[in-house]
Design a protein around this ligand. Sequence first.
Ligand code: GLU
Length: 422
Amino acid sequence: MSKKNQLEEVQNLIKKASKKAGLDDLTLARFIEADRVVEVSLPIEMDNGNVQTFTGYRVQDSNARGPYKGGLRFHPGVSLEELKTLALVMTIKSALLDIPFGGGKGGIVVNPKELSQGELEKLTRAFAVSLYDVIGPKIDVPAPDVNTTPQIMSWFLGEYSKIKGEHTPAVITGKAISDGGSEGRDEATGLGGVYALLEILKKLGKDPTGMTVAVQGFGNVGKSVASYLQKEGFKVVALSDSQGGIYIPEGMREMEAVAQCKEERGTLAGCYCIGSVCDIKNKEKLNGQDLKGDKILELPVDVMVPSALGGAITQRNVGDVKTRIVLEMANGPMTKDAEECLEKKDVVIVPDILANAGGVTVSYFEWFQNMHGEKWSKHEVFEKLKGKMEKATGEVFDLHKRHKVNMREAAYIVALKRLRES
Ligand code: GLU
């Protein structure tokens, strides 16, 4: 599906839900199109002495409920059309979680894995310089997204503070803890998804113990969702990244060791021995198999967790999807026609704007701590996150039952009602 269709799909969903939320046309028009789009060009001297120019964007969708808020992604596939969709989704997500932010999104068209650390730092700092005039703690507060890390957020903060002439930690969230980042921000998106899933299972009267799980994508979000699900008693049987994956029906062992191996190698391939599946520590052969490409999506598991890029489940592969529940940790991992197909089979879909909202929620906690000079413990952050996720999930589930709409539409209605009041 094209990026333009993606934007239309979200806009259509909002238009449909806005009628049920009682939104007037003017309020709707205020955020359905972005307030502002900023495009910058970023020339960098590469390590070999050549100059390369990259393109960066920041889309500011709406600030009706507070400063624009949303991540910066570094990816070769970044496009303005996609960022507009994601910025609009952020407006809805912040409203759904009832946090005082609007929506924004940005990024650079680059494959950061092809850059040295030095080049990456230069590029990030150049981006901060270019965006300086349009961001700020009460204007627009960026954060991590695909391929962007606490270190990248810290470089961005350093450059912004240098120009401003004062340390301004609240200009960006998801920073390293030593630079004013919040305890628990790194794990927040994954853990938030687990809280949402547990709440829905409770409402459905289902016991999570022993439920099998496959996690597609093993970046920051995939990693934390997999390990927290395992801690909650789910059986994680499969993991994958962009190069392929691994399926161990009796359940993944040594999740921490796998995460560490992926960290060191940059890929999951080989973390379970190359070309075959064996125990990472003892090298003992396991009863499992390697998975090519996106084969993970076809496994017969109770819970499928797409945690990579958008558009993972489409008309093309939905016929092979065998799961009973989809926990959408990625933004937009499923097309509308794929969703309809799964709904016919009574698959429970926990929509992205709810499932992955833990990230922006703890970003809000981080921003709040920075604005008030506070420092909360991890325990405090997680308790507050749990409260926010359970409340939003409860609202979505109840409205889904009451209005007989799917949980995605219910989430949009809950959010739009809040936007109506702003
Ligand atoms: N990039 C994350 C998202 O899509 C987090 C945004 C934030 O923390 O502002 O929700």
